[in-house]
Ligand binder design. Structure first.
Ligand SMILES: [Ca+2]
Ligand SMILES: [Ca+2]
Length: 123
């Protein structure tokens, strides 16, 4: 099963200029196995807020997005997450946001990869 590496979370501003919304982008690199060239995968990203005891899930995974791996063994990809501004405010003061990326080879229910990005302090 392919691995996800170098995942990071970025704030991109408001979604279509709507001040009630926030748009985040999760960048990541996929390292495919030798036998995964041109194989179909599905991917999804969600947003969470880090806490010492328990992480808050801010969004659920949406329906996964399907894509075909190319011939290259590594591929840089990104997924976007739109949330209402209020959703990210889970505590007093600054939030520690993290993106989580999920990847699965289509047709293989047993193997998937999942990573969590480093913390993005917000706002
Ligand atoms: Ca926190
Ligand atoms: Ca807050």
């Amino acid at each position: 099963m392919a691995n996800i590496t170098a995942a990071s979370l970025h704030f991109e501003g408001n979604f279509h200029g709507d001040l009630n919304t926030l748009l985040f982008r999760v960048d990541f690199t996929i390292q495919f196995r030798e036998n995964e060239a041109q194989v179909q995968f599905e991917e999804a990203a969600r947003l969470r807020e880090h806490d010492p005891d328990d992480d808050d899930l801010i969004t659920a995974y949406p329906l996964p997005h399907k894509f075909n791996a190319g011939l290259s063994r590594t591929e840089d990809r990104f997924l976007k997450i739109v949330v209402l501004r209020d959703q990210t405010n889970t505590e007093i003061g600054t939030e520690e946001l993290q993106g989580e990326v999920w990847l699965r080879r289509v047709g293989n229910n047993l193997a998937s990869s999942e990573v969590i990005t480093p913390i993005l302090k917000f706002p």
